[in-house]
Design a protein around this ligand. Structure first.
Ligand code: 5RP
Length: 232
């Protein structure tokens, strides 16, 4: 991507983030997502706190927790909460039926718990993430290490080809001490069915297919904000 394209994409990410932050109200418990798009929202929330907004927050990753703490956002332990008022997170792919692939940053397990706890789960994206069918982005799955080969074999039975994720020539380890395998299922015609099948595999802690978890997607595209809402 050229420098100009990357600046344009950052502008879109920022615009979507600013739009999402408008939904945050005083006294909300806010779920903070992970990744470059969510970071724009986290920085904006910190700015609003400086201007008097009163919120507490939970983080979907260690990196986000560190960023939020460094910006002075008051944090809570997600493990002690039964609900989160609103969460703002990014995605790697989405369809207009509000199905997502997440986990490009490896935070999918905590992101999924956060989305599940959230009364309102807002996804913010630039236009590059919108697809007709999920699956060009490989589906990240988080695997407990001792179940690695078992899960790879099970995923293979579902016609998925998994590759163990590495970073800097070392196995990528999640915040939860597990592995990520990125699985190529080809284009996914029925994400609900695949999500359900993956849910049945022991040792697979979480997968990056998010079905029915997003309440709203805010996409910024060429200076316009486009909103996709959950069907009622
Ligand atoms: C991290 C995620 C991110 O939300 C996703 O990867 C999008 O990241 P970015 O906003 O940097 O494109 O799921 O696990």
């Amino acid at each position: 991507m050229s420098v100009i394209d990357s600046k344009k994409q950052d502008g879109e990410k920022l615009a979507a983030a600013l739009e999402a932050v408008k939904f945050v109200k005083n006294n909300d418990v806010v779920g903070l997502g992970t990744g470059s798009t969510a970071t724009f929202a986290i920085k904006e929330l910190a700015k609003r706190i400086g201007e008097g907004l009163k919120i507490t927050a939970v983080a979907s990753s260690k990196a986000t927790e560190d960023l939020a703490v460094s910006l002075g956002i008051p944090m809570l332990d997600m493990g002690k909460l039964s609900s989160v008022d609103i969460s703002i997170d990014g995605a790697d792919e989405f369809t207009t039926s509000l199905n997502l692939i997440k986990g490009g940053g490896g935070a999918l397990f905590r992101e999924k718990i956060m989305a599940s706890l959230s009364k309102k789960s807002i996804i913010i994206t630039d236009a590059s993430k919108k697809v007709d069918f999920l699956g060009a982005f490989k589906v990240p799955v988080e695997i407990v290490p001792l179940a690695l080969q078992y899960v790879l074999d099970q995923v293979n039975l579902l016609n998925g080809k998994g590759v163990l994720r590495e970073k800097d020539h070392k196995i990528f380890i999640t915040d939860n001490g597990n592995y990520i395998v990125d699985v190529d299922f080809g284009l996914i015609a029925e994400p609900e069915k695949l999500a359900e099948a993956l849910n049945q595999i022991d040792g697979l802690l979480a997968h990056g297919i998010f079905v029915g978890l997003a309440s709203k997607i805010i996409m910024s595209s060429g200076g316009e904000i486009v909103v996709f809402d959950k069907a009622r």
